[in-house]
Design a protein around this ligand. Sequence first.
Ligand code: HEC
Ligand code: HEC
Length: 455
Amino acid sequence: MRSRQVLTTVALSFVLAAAAASSVGATPVVSKDAALPVGSNLNEEILDQPTERFGFEAAGGKRSYLFNLGDMLFSSAAIFGGKARDAGMSCNSCHQQGAGNAKLFVPGLSSRPGNFDTTGALFNAKADNGVFDPVTPPSLRGAKYLAPYGHDGRFASLRDFVRNVIVNEFAGPEPSGQVLDALETYIREIAFLPNPKLGPGGRLTREASDAARRGEVLFNKPFPHDPSMSCAGCHQADSAFIDHKVHDIGSGGWFKTKTLINARFNAPYFHDGRFDSFDEVVGYFDKHYDLGLAAQDRADLVAYLDAVGDAEQPYTRNTVQAEVDEIAAFVSVLDVAIPARDKEVIGLTVDSVGGEWRELGENFPGRTDTSVSGGLQERLQARAAVRDLVLSLRRVAMAVEGDDFDQAARIYADYKKQTVAAAASLKLAETWSLFNPVVHDAHFLALKQLADLAK
Ligand code: HEC
Ligand code: HEC
């Protein structure tokens, strides 16, 4: 899902319901986000989302079945267990659109926005190592070039890393070979974003500034006190700016060299997210390796990192159409899975896509949300259309549970027709939905004010 509204919008209806309850004595609604500690921020309400580019697009290819399945699972809580599943979390919560998540914050598991202790007790008591060691969710752009995996490079294989995330970090059931194949296929397609300032071999092009070009020279220059070292010695320009090795650079252990491609959008920096800017990072290296950089040198190195780390279109505005298209790609795995009588994939799809529709529906404020005026009829119609689609998918699952795959195929064919009309009513209501920046901002301002009142 491009944006997950469910936690926050559920929170708003909870506060509204509680407010109503105190005046008229009705029963308060129980909030779903009780699954995460109060004050958690998954940063899921953003309208401008990190742009996603896939390897096959550059090669003129297309979305394969495995890719679609992987894309869907990447956004699905259904592969997790315990609290992560209850809270509707997915890979995408932390690796937003395959990028990082600078605002991710879970009290008790984060020491600052943008990091997270993956070996804490909240999501899997079995993995709790008793050490508070939060780390940043890395961007997965170019992940296929970035082995070994984990900040400390403890997994040589992407597949083993992903299995470990599901089973040990988020208490999910042992994933099938198919689930792992799909997720691996998807992650391997997450590409670096194009950057016109970078040419072949990671050299700057004429698009880069003079300052960046001076920085490029410094980046390649041997360190004064150890001429066997340079920035470029570890961050190798012709190899995605890495060396596939771990080093102790004085940041608290052995960590892998980070790519610098698209890294302007990867703050906070270092494994634990201790630095907010390239300026701070360069200041750290200057001090740690006693480089004796003049103010101008530091500025030039930052200009170089900005140029290497740039991207053509880093963010993309989310729309109803983009959401509908994405859900259509997810559900298309049923074209294969129903005739193949693949109960695992059918079950996961009904679960995940049902969740996607419900979350999309939450973008259309209901009657109780007073931060939005106008278009109530349209909004209610959009919500009803979404509910009907979820019901149809449920009926597919029921037919499959009864081993009636022909019936499942018929209901699925109807569902597809139904989505055309549903998409039309969603688009009709888009102006009064959270896809409209004005409505979006008013909604989340009201949410914040209510939350502040409740404190
Ligand atoms: C709660 C946040 C969170 C969720 C959910 C999450 N991750 Fe991560 N991910 C992280 C963090 C933090 C790291 C760094 C972990 C480390 O170094 O040990 C990471 C690291 C990774 C890496 C290694 C990247 C590299 O270059 O070393 C991959 C691959 C990855 N995650 C994939 C996934 C997949 C696939 C899922 C879903 C099945 C997922 N993650 C779910 C936070 C998360
Ligand atoms: C000995 C190898 C080595 C050298 C030399 C080196 N780096 Fe790094 N660099 C690393 C490692 C390892 C990390 C990750 C540290 C961590 O996670 O705590 C890193 C992290 C970074 C980051 C942060 C990236 C991110 O996404 O967190 C930047 C920027 C960077 N280096 C730039 C430079 C510059 C500029 C120089 C030269 C002044 C330099 N590096 C020299 C190995 C090196």
